[in-house]
Design a binder for this molecule. Sequence first.
Ligand code: GDP
Length: 453
Amino acid sequence: MSENSAAFEAEAAEGEEVAVKPVVAVVGRPNVGKSSLVNRVIGRREAVVEDVPGVTRDRVAYDASWQGRAFTLVDTGGWETGAEGLAAMVARQAEYAAQTADVILFVVDATVGITDADAAVTRVLRSTRRPVVLAANKVDGELQEADALVLWNLGVGEPYPISALHGRGTGDLLDAVVAAFPEQADARAAAEEEGPRRIALVGRPNVGKSSLLNRLAGEDRVVVDSVAGTTRDAVDELIDLGGITWKFIDTAGIRRRFRQLQGADYYATVRTSAALERAEVAVVLMDVSEPLAEQDIRVVEQVVESGRALVLAFNKWDTLDEDRRYYLEKEIDRQLSRVSWAPRVNISAKTGRHVEKLVPAIETGLAGWDTRVPTGRLNSWLKELIAATPPPVRGGKQPKILFATQADTRPPHFVLFTTGFLEDNYRRFVERRLREEFGFEGTPVKVSMRIRE
Ligand code: GDP
């Protein structure tokens, strides 16, 4: 694993970097007001469970923002286990926080002064390279401001006098927190394209794409291209279905005849990925009059890898007899189990059978694709999951999952903040359980982890 302090992002399949909102971890010994501060910062966004001493909080991470900067706020009080000495426990929490957070918000009770536990936290924080913002809490009025000055002695920088309960001084504190965020390329700034939702109709040659398109568009025009091997600019078509306008991507590519061309397969693959690139949801059309082909499965895999929502449409249903139907079910079970989450429609472009079921299936896929799970809810669910099924020991160590955030939608992408490597198996298990809890019908779901050394 990486030796520098840079974030190490592991992605199940691709090893791609994820843009995660900055993480701010609130550390400090019990009773200094961590939960009150968390409450104050998140406001009514997500209710914090009442902080009863001795009762473990069921949520640890929340969505927060200040001055337009969104971040994840982590309450390390939710990690309390209590089986060890106070100073040791708090120090270990600070260690985890330093491993996972971008900024550490260290809360000290100014009316009490520096305790052993505070000193233990300070030792941990000094050895990390994370920025630390020091909150001197319970400074309810000007008279107590002098108490805060003593905290300079901790040696972790300027103490910000605040009252988490009354809100005094928290604005300046949050300014300091936001100022400490790592520089971010504002990749997400590019606004999502407005307008009709974009559908790619894909599938190997001859499955009935152009027939279906003609049926959907309500007209019988087939464009035959006589110029072999030429690429024309993609042409999109707006089609009204179920009272909504949809944009079908690269309909020129669908209506053209590839199959006589040499290298048509390769060309179709390239054209499909170009269409997927611009689409939000893919309808993969398959021909039930023939056994599912490797090429069908490849197209499905292309969609999953592109991260688009997926609908499986089994065409030429009019040709199906009982016998074929039996084998088809077996083929689907065997070859498409990886995408068992995708809505399925059985249609006939020729007769029009069940073609109207495409729109609800597409809408289901897009809804899953767009889904965002609030961080608080995600983490209360995760806490139970981990308690019931902790990650397996690896190399003699038990990796701990401290919290999770949903880094992205379209498709949903979850990042688990951990103290060690999680096996692919365990991440797939988390994905399955996420699906059981939150749905995500019709969309790929990514689960990756973030480990820092
Ligand atoms: P594409 O290459 O995917 O665009 O496929 P086409 O739309 O050109 O269809 C290939 C062949 O399948 C044509 O002969 C169509 O008439 C036929 N076909 C398309 N859909 C259906 C269907 O639902 N039922 C039957 N029986 N034939 C169909």
